[in-house]
Design a protein around this ligand. Structure first.
Ligand code: 5GP
Ligand code: ZN
Length: 141
């Protein structure tokens, strides 16, 4: 679909800190540097909302979300993640491509990752992504 930033990321045509990828799904850090570890999980096909997900893709995207959640927990040592699903125009969506948000619970709990303001955001994001990737490789099933 033209103009969908998440489809562009899935095709490798837009930059993103990818932490996990397989044939059908992808997980990458949210571009918002104020929320370190906040990760988005998508199917590589353009699906606008949960109603349009086929069973196979639903299973694949949930499996990826689960694996990445474990990786985030292990890499960043938070007390856990919240998994939220974003649909098309529901709420205040900015991207109309079905996606999961994996949100570190420490944001709500007032616990924070060390986030050095003197670092460039891109560098800090790359470091967080590389820690997550490392754990996901180490714990690969
Ligand atoms: P929504 O606003 O639809 O709930 O979530 C979309 C999320 O995607 C937002 O948290 C936003 O920060 C993130 N986002 C938007 N554009 C980009 C992008 O180009 N790259 C990455 N990595 N994240 C993006
Ligand atoms: Zn899309």
């Amino acid at each position: 679909m033209m103009g969908c930033i998440f489809c562009a990321i899935a095709k490798g045509e837009a930059p993103a800190e990818v932490v996990y990828e397989d044939q059908a799904t992808m997980a990458f850090l949210d571009i918002n540097p104020a929320t370190p570890g906040h990760t988005l999980v998508i199917p590589k096909m353009h699906v606008r909302n949960i109603y349009d997900l086929n069973d196979e893709t639903a299973a694949a995207v949930m499996r990826t979300a689960t694996r990445v959640a474990r990786g985030l927990r292990n890499a960043l040592r938070p007390d856990g993640m919240n998994l939220m699903q974003a649909n098309e125009r529901a709420g205040f969506q900015s991207v109309f491509h079905f996606h999961f948000h994996l949100v570190p619970r420490w944001v709500g709990d007032g616990l924070r990752l060390p986030w050095k303001p003197e670092q460039g955001d891109a560098q800090a994001m790359a470091e967080v992504a590389s820690r997550i990737r490392k754990v996901l490789i180490e714990t690969k099933e």
